[in-house]
Design a protein around this ligand. Structure first.
Ligand code: SAH
Ligand code: SF4
Length: 466
């Protein structure tokens, strides 16, 4: 038996033991999982919920009603971490009224020693803290703590193996996350991810294809492949495969579905990948290619391994191959040492590319990263002004991009019902979400919708089949 199977077997035994125990203790146990941060965390939480359900818990959104409350945390920016501390703090009162309640913290923030120490010392009501390398051991931690073990703190990193076969509870029925690799080797100088997620490791194509098939069979029509840098998929596997090859294999699966992926690092984004996107009919024409900034000196300081010109030539190539491509990016404003003139290069880049939308961040120093040691003379207020300038520029670009959709017909996947309950929200092959009249029976199907922009909102009307 492989090491992975043995690990899973052990946890399966713990799951059955916890199930028996919590049934006696709580009757019908309930668990609340709070997720912060990126899609990788959302996907991890889906596996955590899968394990909890196997252990007999019912998943609830309401922490006041839960016997087990977990915080799956993000460490990418300080603000994200502060929010988590605030949220953990609120459980102190809850626990006073429910003495059997178990509180746990996991994810990227928990993986950092200084955070684990702070939680150990200042949040005595947290029962369990575990890092990103031992998520699959939740059943064991829970069983031990429920049996009176002292508080559990495990941020060990010796397990770099991917544990397959963890049960999964998918949050959405129409679209789903499919991790293809974990970790990151890039060490961008501002980023904490390589420290908290470990080195890159890929799942085998057989495991990924198997999971994709199950997702499609269960009615999922929009699959997003996840990894910190999907373009380095396959490195270190015994099979000879790269990301473009994986996309082709998935594209060949039967069924009516779309494939998306994130994140693609520009330094490893190849023409082969863009050709593959253009040629595979199930791959959505959406490329999230985070540029971070538009100035070569700053890009170098960030350790990004590409320059403005190379990035722009990739974008040009993508537009040439897929004229309808939707482009999105991440931008950091105010990297240490960045000047206003250098920031203006980012402004000119976004105007040149014309992104559909941007994820924008003010630089946040992360302890332990090289950038946190770099001199930074620009005040937070000044960075805030640059940030607003960026948002305003993107707002104009985004509106122009949206206007291009007006009057045209798009095939959309009906994803959910709007807040007023009267409309359906359908996503195009790109990133646009169109609101149109329809009923819930449409959810999960593809329909044609003609766009009609009203007061800057993307509305539309379904084209009925004749
Ligand atoms: N692997 C992905 C990004 C993961 S983190 C990639 O390389 O594109 C998501 C985004 O958070 C990053 O793209 C970056 O824009 C932002 N980010 C990461 N560290 C940050 C920091 N210290 N301060 C501000 N933004 C940061
Ligand atoms: Fe962070 Fe860079 Fe890795 Fe993305 S590629 S996770 S930004 S270190």
């Amino acid at each position: 038996m492989s090491k992975t199977n043995t690990v899973l077997e052990q946890q399966n035994i713990y799951m059955q033991k916890v199930k028996a125990l919590v049934g006696e203790l709580y009757g019908q146990p309930k668990a609340c999982v709070n997720t912060f941060g990126c899609q990788q965390n959302v996907s991890d939480s889906e596996h955590i919920k899968g394990m909890l359900e196997t252990m007999g818990y019912v998943i609830t959104e309401d922490p006041t009603d839960a016997d087990f409350v977990l915080f799956n945390t993000c460490a990418v920016r300080e603000h994200a971490q502060d929010r988590v501390y605030g949220n953990i703090g609120t459980t102190k009162q809850l626990k006073k009224s429910r003495s059997n309640m178990i509180i746990a913290v996991c994810g990227c923030m928990a993986q950092q020693q200084y955070v684990a120490d702070r939680i150990k010392n200042s949040y005595p009501y947290v029962d369990i803290l575990f890092g990103t390398h031992v998520t699959h051991k939740l059943p064991e931690f829970l069983y031990k703590r429920l049996n009176g073990s002292p508080r559990i703190f495990d941020i060990s990193t010796d397990n770099n193996e991917i544990i397959e076969g963890i049960p999964v509870h998918r949050d959405k029925s129409v679209k789903g996350w499919l991790p293809i690799m974990y970790g990151c080797n890039n060490f961008c100088t501002y980023c904490v991810v390589p420290y908290v997620r470990g080195r890159e490791r890929s799942r085998t194509s057989a495991e990924i294809i198997n999971e994709a098939k199950l997702m499609i069979e269960s009615g999922i029509h929009d699959i997003t492949l996840l990894g910190q840098n999907v373009n380095s998929y396959g490195k270190g596997l015994s099979e000879d495969i790269n990301f473009a090859g994986l996309l082709r294999k998935l594209n060949d699966l039967p069924g009516d579905f779309r494939l998306r992926f994130m994140t693609s690092h520009p330094k490893d984004c190849t023409k082969e990948l863009l050709d593959t996107m253009a040629e595979c009919e199930k791959v959505a024409h959406h490329l999230h290619l985070p540029v971070q900034c538009g100035n070569d000196r700053v890009l170098k300081e960030m350790n990004r391994h590409y320059d403005r010109e190379t990035y722009l030539s990739l974008i040009e190539y993508a537009k040439e191959k897929m004229p309808d491509i939707a482009l999105t990016s991440d931008i950091i404003v105010g990297f240490p040492g960045e000047t206003y003139e250098e920031f203006c290069d980012t402004l000119s880049l976004i105007k040149q590319v014309k992104y559909n939308s941007l994820f924008t961040f003010i630089y946040s120093p992360r302890p332990g990263t090289p950038a946190a040691e770099m001199p930074d003379n620009i005040s937070r207020e000044e960075k805030g002004r640059w940030f607003n300038e960026l948002l305003e520029a993107q707002d104009v670009i985004g509106r122009v991009k949206e206007k291009e959709l007006d009057g045209k017909t798009y095939r959309v996947l009906c994803e959910e019902v709007s807040e007023d309950g009267l409309h359906i929200l359908g996503r195009t092959n790109g990133t646009a979400v169109i609101e149109f009249e329809g009923d819930t029976s449409l959810i999960g199907s593809f329909v044609d919708v003609k766009v009609n922009i009203v007061n800057n909102v993307l509305k539309g009307a379904m084209i009925k089949e004749k």
